[in-house]
Design a protein around this ligand. Structure first.
Ligand code: 0PR
Length: 377
């Protein structure tokens, strides 16, 4: 570290330089991200609660109450009046926490988890940390898991089955209803990763789309990951882990005798109250109506882009939600788009993938179509 404090000007210059190198959501060129420009109410609440620490809730009972209310609102969106959980740092922490509970409850010595091969890599991290063996099940052409294969992969060592509601690459939704029946019948823990889909599917259903069930209304579902910092429009970091009831949390309790509360259940100790306050503020500022409008707009843009891509001769995967995957028989769209400053991602199968987040406006889609027209022969 340098000896003398920097002047404000020196610091400002360094920060500005860094900012200049970063991409911005407002450019409309970020098509590879599941995050977006946060809602202003969330930004303001985040700043006001910046100094709060939910690792010591006795000092910040007001902030703890905001977290409790935010969690209850998200639970009610996902079909439960009694689910409990926490605002966490994101989908990774939420998925780790869920598998931690499943393993604690099982008492199995060489535990295994059966999950779709489309699962996010956060499960790989969870498995290494918790010493779980991951047993992958294949997927159908629409990217949803083959439930018969899940059944065949179960063993006496299986401590959890994972289903995904909105998989990272295609937005695919597994047949969670069938997984729920299977899990109930076999007495196995079922975790649903709705990190992305949790703030999309309920609103798609309200808009009249045919949507698979995935939430606590299915009796076998024990826990759900859902990320406010994705389609929930909250500032990063904000994930949420929900458990069907309070009892699931008991297996996580660690004594924290010198703190204001005798036990702690979260993976993190010191953790952001700003995130919880921001999630609360965004939920209250949006309401179902607000989210429905956002999802409606994202889907409109997704379907517009799909139509244009088909017209230009691209092969397009049928979208489940606001994630579109496509490829051209002759050109590598990913390379061409990146060369022109558009951040697009690639699926493991090599296709181009774009996420039509709320920062991607209709005019950006139209600009994108112009570029695609140039590169498509
Ligand atoms: N579960 C699913 C289904 C996900 O898609 C993701 C992240 C996670 C869990 C893990 O969530 P956290 O990253 O919050 O821990 N999906 C995106 C991905 O890895 C996250 C992302 C977001 C990537 C913004 C890029 C980006 O710019 O692809």
């Amino acid at each position: 570290m340098q000896e003398k404090a920097w002047s404000r000007e020196e610091l400002e210059k360094a920060l500005q330089e860094a900012k200049r190198r970063d991409m911005s959501y407002s450019s409309g060129r970020i098509l590879s991200s599941m995050c977006t420009a946060p809602h202003q109410a969330g930004v303001e609440a985040f700043l006001r609660f910046l100094d709060t620490n939910l690792g010591d809730p006795g000092l910040f009972p007001g902030t703890r109450e905001l977290e409790r209310r935010a969690v209850a609102e998200i639970a009610s969106l996902l079909g439960s009046g009694s689910a409990r959980g926490f605002i966490v740092s994101g989908g990774t922490e939420a998925n780790i926490t869920a598998l931690w509970v499943a393993r604690e409850l099982s008492g199995v010595t060489k535990p295994e988890v059966v999950l779709p091969e489309t699962a996010h890599f956060s499960f790989e991290k969870a498995a290494r940390m918790l010493r779980l063996r991951l047993v992958y099940a294949g997927v159908h052409g629409d990217s949803s898991v083959d439930v018969d294969e899940v059944r065949r992969r179960l063993s006496e060592r299986t401590v959890a089955v994972v289903g995904i509601a909105g998989n990272t690459e295609y937005g695919g939704v597994d047949d969670i209803e069938a997984l729920s029946e299977l899990a109930s019948e076999q007495g196995i823990y079922l975790h649903v990763d709705a990190a992305f889909g949790g703030f999309v599917l309920p609103f798609l259903r309200e808009l009249g789309y045919r949507v698979r069930r995935f939430d606590f209304s299915l009796p076998g579902v024990c826990s759900i990951t859902v990320d406010p910092h994705k389609m929930g429009l909250a500032p990063v970091p904000a994930g949420c882990i929900l458990f069907r009831n309070e009892e699931f949390l008991e297996s996580l309790q660690v004594e924290s005798p010198y703190l204001s509360m005798p036990v702690q259940c979260t993976l993190l100790g010191t953790r952001s109250g700003a995130s919880a306050a921001a999630v609360f503020a965004v939920l209250k500022s949006m309401g179902r109506e607000g989210y429905r409008r956002v999802v409606e707009e994202c889907m409109r843009n997704t379907l517009l882009l799909r139509e244009e891509l088909l017209r230009l001769g691209f092969r397009v995967r049928e979208p489940w939600m606001n994630i579109l995957v496509f490829e051209h028989p002759e050109v590598d769209a990913v390379v061409e788009l990146r060369r022109r400053g558009w951040a697009v991602s690639r699926t493991r199968a090599g296709e181009a993938r774009v996420v039509l987040m709320p920062h991607v406006k209709r005019e950006h889609v139209e600009e994108l179509v112009e570029v695609l027209r140039e590169i498509a022969p």
